[in-house]
Write a protein that binds this ligand. Structure first.
Ligand code: 9D3
Length: 268
């Protein structure tokens, strides 16, 4: 997978790209990430990248020519996709990460700063705008790192065991089950006895049930969209019968599951 980043703060990426999983992926040449300074694509002697907005108003706008020049210089003969990290973009999802990874295109990520980028960058070179969520950041660098990290997990060999990727909660449409490690007692709290029982079938069932319980309680929106197995629907029904704080949400979801509509369309 090949990714190029354009930013006025290339130094923000150095530590990120050399750390852990991504560092190893880059070393193994499964992932190739290059970071480019937008100022290297300026024509004037002051290397200006921003100017006052036409029409007035506060703040500065990033000028189009350095961006257009940078993208054209980085595009080679392989298929490429130019992605503008932008609060106006479509929200990043696991589904989009998988599609981008599978697309096998050279990804060129543009990280803006200031109030925004001259609209003509989008009109000429941008293929797609991506946001990481509905909150205001100061630029596209952290969102680009979010995208790179998510994409790197799709590169074969990056995540240690392939099952890890498949078992990612969002891949299953469920939240994770609770994890425990040594010591056996923390602040008087014991590890659930099933986890030290050695009964692998019981452990699997406990984890499956806990994943459903966590999802019902914390992210019922995910559960409505999950394609649940017969076994998982049974666990869901059990949780409903337990009559916990989750009762109302679970009852509602069981009703949907029994209608067999839960694997098709999300609520609303
Ligand atoms: C004060 C300017 N803003 C009005 C609310 C517009 C604005 C411009 C530029 C807001 C943020 C930014 C910088 N953010 C990004 O470039 C960005 C971003 C984000 O802020 N949130 C979520 N995803 C992304 S992707 C790029």
């Amino acid at each position: 997978m090949r990714i190029s980043v354009i930013t006025i703060f290339p130094e923000l990426f150095r530590e990120f790209l050399s750390t852990s999983l991504i560092g190893r992926a880059i070393e193994s040449e499964a992932l190739e990430v290059s970071v480019h300074n937008l100022r290297d694509f300026t024509e004037d002697k002051h290397q200006s990248v921003d100017d006052e907005p036409y029409g007035g108003g506060g703040g500065m706008v990033m000028m189009a020519p350095p961006w257009i020049g940078a993208v054209r210089a980085l595009r080679t003969d392989v298929p490429s996709r130019c992605v503008l990290m932008s609060p106006q973009g479509r929200r990043l999802t696991d589904a989009r990460v998988q599609e981008l990874a599978a697309g096998n295109e050279h990804l060129i990520l543009l990280c803006g700063r200031y109030e925004g980028i001259d609209e003509r960058v989008q009109l000429t070179v941008v293929d797609e705008e991506i946001s990481v969520g509905d909150f205001v950041l100061s630029g596209g660098e952290l969102p680009a790192m979010v995208l790179i990290e998510a994409l790197s997990r799709e590169v074969p060999g990056v995540v240690g065991q392939p099952e890890c990727v498949e078992q990612d909660s969002f891949r299953q449409g469920l939240l994770d089950f609770p994890h425990y490690t040594r010591p056996q007692v923390v602040e008087g709290l014991q590890v659930p006895s099933v986890l030290v029982s050695g009964d692998h079938a019981a452990i699997r069932a406990w984890r499956g049930r806990q994943a459903i319980r966590a999802t019902v309680g914390k992210r019922p929106d995910l559960l409505v969209q999950a394609a649940l197995s017969e076994e998982q629907l049974e666990w869901l029904a059990e949780i409903e019968r337990e009559g916990s704080e989750y009762q109302t949400a679970a009852k509602d979801l069981v009703t949907r599951a029994e209608d067999k509509d839960n694997t098709k369309s999300p609520r609303e």
